[in-house]
Design a protein around this ligand. Sequence first.
Ligand code: SF4
Length: 340
Amino acid sequence: MWTTETPATLITFPKTQLKACGIVTLQVNTGYGCNQTCRHCHVAGGPERTEMLGVETIDTILGILKNYDIKTLDITGGAPELNPNLGYLIGKARKIVNRVIVRTNLTVLLEEAMLGFAAFYRDNGVELIASLPHYTQDMVDRVRGKGVFYKSIHVLRQLNEMGFGTGLLTLNLVYNPQGAFLPPSQHIIEEQFRSELFEKHSVRFDNLYTICNVPIGRFADFLRRSGNYGRYMERLASAFNLGTLDGVMCRRLVSVGWDGSLYDCDFNQAAQLKLDGDCPQHVRNFDYDVLAGREITTAPHCLACTAGQGSTCTGSTCADSTCSGSAPVLRDGNSMSSSG
Ligand code: SF4
């Protein structure tokens, strides 16, 4: 059992038989290029990154969406808008799947070459998930860079004017903690965001998703540099919640990297953790049945998904009784209690 004395290097995700139970979402990473260099970015995105999803891989992805009953295409990056093939992907995918999500950092929509994207999203009924780690300037600029807060507010207002977040088109926000701690209750912080953003900035949105910072990429570097890595891992481990396992996103999602490689999720992609041995490793070998029942490859960073209220790309998790996982056990074979 973990204790506060357990060294971080010995903290691991409990040995589980965490299995996928279908594929509801194909999450596609368009590349790691970004106009920002946020302190918590798990893919370490930035202006210097050149990885880019190409048209050939996009066509393979479109073929998969056509051939299988996958309901949602979830597009992430980096900043997806910086990939010149994004319009092609969305335009084609919109005719195949009901739900196309783009994860936007907002400020990229102010770049001169990107000015038409908001209208394109509107015209294609794209659902937006926008990063805004807090409702105050100080907190946002500290994590995402000077000036990012007011640029983000400016874009949010423009999106509201187009109908996003006002009942016509979906605009969800993402909160993540500014330091080495767990997110607060999603419900409570959502109400704070709603009243602060509306009263001070006339900004509206649909839902707020709280996401726990995953200790990989730039956030792991930050934790190590600040001497907080061990304490953060300990915090995640001691908040392990058995009840979150049904809802972890990898159980219903497959992640596609910019080069077409397949992963259990965007975090495993960033950590270069491959799928379980028998699975196809690339979109060109996509096998729905194998992937839909695969065993998930877990690592210590998975503790960020299972701490407290749970954390996914769409906020805190809730159990799905149609999809029960095997009870996790510690490496010594003991059953895991929900409190860890
Ligand atoms: S990081 Fe989370 S979503 Fe990814 S494999 Fe681990 S538990 Fe699943």
